[in-house]
Ligand binder design. Structure first.
Ligand SMILES: Cc1cc2nc3c(=O)[nH]c(=O)nc-3n(C[C@H](O)[C@H](O)[C@H](O)COP(=O)(O)OP(=O)(O)OC[C@H]3O[C@@H](n4cnc5c(N)ncnc54)[C@H](O)[C@@H]3O)c2cc1C
Ligand code: FES
Length: 497
């Protein structure tokens, strides 16, 4: 295992935001719409519905914005690397054009909301580039620029890419934006709470039922509503088979303090290894962010090594100094490249879902929320059919985990301080962690989502599920779904305790 690179293990956004303190739900309440999940998708939907005259209640398992949204890069853009070439190839040019329109509308919605709600989230207009360093990549960006231009998007090809290192060219989208996404969604939550609408934190939904009313339960209360929105990133309960139609993809980000003022542009590379670049100013301090090193969450990797490669890139190519923050997060990638928005499955009448935001959820999640606002208010929406969540739903049946878990070793040998391993304790797969001080903690290694075996992530000191991306702390607490229940406490193996 590689040595940990420098930097606090926290996102820049979390480290520079005040924490929110909304009450937990501890009673039965009635509203028009219950929203499960306080990330950008859920909170945007909640505020848009409130503004359309509905009462809403948002149930957030932890604190608003602390999921993927609080660990994002912060680009608010309709240029998603080479998405138009990809989507036109898979779904046709018209579909690619609609995807672009939905994302452009999302940028303007974010801009309008920042202004109307006076959200102090560092919103800045920037250009966004997909850049090429090789001949092959150059041909791809030329093609993307030409296609996006034909689709009516603010696209152009250029050989003048304002990076700190020379590249061959890129596609540029003008009038894009960047934000401090955690402060943005905290601003949304402020605007949602009040006048008969609510934000509840520390209130994980434990289940929901369709019907009139539709009901969401938490451990200490319930919300009765006309409609429910499941906006938990990866849906839980999963009657729509999203665990099979999406997979979790993880990426890593490092942020270093910078002596230079932020650029008026953000960037992503075509060539591998993919690199995402953003510069920002938070409370008068300039930072440069480098992201990348992505992989399906089902792959076990040496994440310290990945942070190390990003830190080297930030230093060598972007002139960054010491890394101040490093973090990782994962998003739901849709099987066919388009987000899923609409009913949880054709069998549900009043339960709706947003997922599959393909690592571009600041705009895709905003667009998705506006689609649901329209659908729930009986309005037509030009993008609803393209993102329809019920497309190509597989035949009903039991959802099986996709990955066969490795067999736990029968006899645990010593585990070094700071390490964890799955071992067999009296026939039960047990996730055993030994802290740097030598304290042993043991929890069930069986993921509470659909039963895969969790694996130890040494760089981030978490138990990660390879199947659909749930993550747990070493005491078993859920950090990220789709799991909603903690790993059960287990007895530690005799020869370790
Ligand atoms: C490394 C990385 C960089 C990215 N950078 C960008 C970028 O620059 N631009 C961009 O557009 N997109 C980016 N994305 C994608 C974007 O950040 C996500 O698509 C978006 O934030 C997802 O929002 P969400 O609301 O779906 O999920 P989340 O923000 O995760 O919100 C879901 C919420 O639901 C809560 N929850 C879960 N289960 C329950 C339950 N049972 N009950 C109650 N609450 C529950 C969670 O606590 C969480 O707060 C990036 C993604 C990654 C992985
Ligand atoms: S996340 Fe689905 S089984 Fe663990």
């Amino acid at each position: 295992m590689s040595e940990q690179p420098a930097g606090k293990f926290a996102s820049l956004w979390a480290a520079t935001s005040a924490s929110t303190r909304y009450d937990a739900l501890d009673e039965v309440i009635d509203v028009d719409v219950a929203v499960i999940g306080g990330g950008i998708a859920g909170l945007t939907a909640a505020l848009a519905l409130k503004q359309a005259g509905q009462t809403v209640a948002v149930l957030e398992a932890a604190r608003v914005g602390t999921g993927v949204t609080g660990n994002t890069t912060g680009k608010v853009t309709s240029l998603h690397r080479l998405a138009y070439t990809e989507l036109a190839g898979r779904h046709g040019t018209e579909a690619a054009g609609l995807y672009g329109q939905a994302n452009e509308a999302a940028i303007e919605h974010v801009a309008g909301t920042v202004g109307a709600e006076r959200i102090d989230c560092g919103f800045r207009r920037v250009s966004n580039y997909t850049y090429a360093e090789s001949e092959d990549a150059l041909a791809l960006v030329r093609k993307e620029a030409a296609l996006a231009g034909r689709l009516g998007l603010p696209a152009s090809f250029t050989t003048d890419v304002p990076l700190t290192f020379a590249v061959m060219g890129g596609v540029r989208f003008d009038n894009q934006a960047q934000i401090h996404a955690l402060r943005y969604v905290q601003g949304l939550a402020r605007a949602v709470d009040g006048d008969g609408s609510f934000v509840f934190e520390d209130s994980p939904a434990t289940g929901f039922r369709d019907g009139t009313p539709a009901v969401v339960d938490t451990e200490r209360g319930s919300v009765r509503a006309k409609e429910i929105i499941v906006a938990t990133n990866m849906p839980f309960g999963d009657n729509g088979f999203f665990a099979e139609r999406c997979y979790a993809h993880r990426s890593y980000i490092v942020a270093a303090r910078s002596g230079a003022a932020p650029l008026d542009s953000t960037f992503v590379s075509v060539d591998e290894p993919m690199r995402s670049i953003l510069t920002t100013d938070v409370d008068g301090v300039s930072y440069v962010l480098a992201g990348g090193e992505g992989h399906p969450a089902s792959e076990q990797v040496d994440s310290a090594q990945r942070f190390g490669r990003l830190a080297a890139f930030a230093r060598d190519r972007l002139g960054a100094g010491e890394i101040a923050f490093r973090w990782s997060t994962q998003d739901a990638m849709p099987a066919d490249g388009l987000p899923y928005v609409g009913r949880l499955s054709p069998d549900f009448r009043h339960v709706h879902v947003i997922t599959g935001l393909r690592k571009w959820g600041l705009t895709n999640g905003t667009a998705a929320a506006l689609i649901l606002r329209d659908l729930l208010c009986g309005r037509t929406n030009p993008w609803a059919a393209l993102f329809d969540s019920t497309r190509a739903v597989r035949a009903q049946g039991a959802v099986q985990p996709k990955v066969t878990p490795p067999k736990a070793p029968a006899v645990p040998s010593g585990i070094a301080p700071g390490q964890g391993r799955v071992v067999d304790v009296e026939g039960a797969k047990t996730a055993v962690y030994v802290s740097p001080a030598g304290a042993v903690s043991a929890v069930s290694a069986v993921c509470t989502h659909l039963g895969c075996t969790v694996e130890f992530n040494a760089a981030e000191v978490t138990w990660d599920c390879p199947c659909h991306g749930s993550r747990f702390s070493t005491d078993g607490t859920v950090i990220q779904g789709p799991a909603t229940r903690n790993l059960a406490a287990s007895p530690a193996p005799a020869d370790l305790s």
